[in-house]
Design a protein around this ligand. Sequence first.
Ligand SMILES: [Zn+2]
Length: 215
Amino acid sequence: MHRMTLEDLEETFQISPNGNGKETLKRQKEIEKAIRKTLANLGEDPDREGLQRTPERVARMYDELTAGYHVDPVKLINDALFDVGYSEMVIVKDIDFYSLCEHHLLPFFGKAHVAYIPKGKVVGLSKIPRIVDMFARRLQVQERMTQQIADFINEVLHPHGVAVVVEGAHMCSMMRGVKKANATMVTSALLGVFKSHLKTRAEFMEHIGRRRFDD
Ligand SMILES: [Zn+2]
């Protein structure tokens, strides 16, 4: 069976586990400068008391909110992969996530529901929310995030199937004048038996309290 190497995972999922350190400090300084400039261009005085440390805070915040680029996928899952004979559906639902929309740099957040049917291998349950986090803590669009979570689990476990449903509220729709758009979005990614077997899919939907994907 084809196993993905660390390099494959890094390349496929845009992960650079060694991205932290000196480089990060340098990048943070640049972000600070840019935020200071932005404040001035918003008509603010970057030197007034309340704003003095804002560029520094914002730079650190972006580092935290995009930490998913620097997760080491091997560290994340390697010590939590187990060989089992179990082949019933594994479901982790209502996983809270917080992400940033890449179009506006505003948050979108909500719940992710993840299921897979093992084929000889399972991953520790606590790792599933961390996989979600790895892909949420980046600049994202919800559709891609949903697909990446599914693809990653698929590459790591080679299960019979993976299903991911994400429900997200988007601040860029909620805060900006555009009231026409529904601010909550549901996206799904189905692989393997979840794609080919209606019954399997329906079972998952029932577990997470949705009758269909699009209701
Ligand atoms: Zn947006």
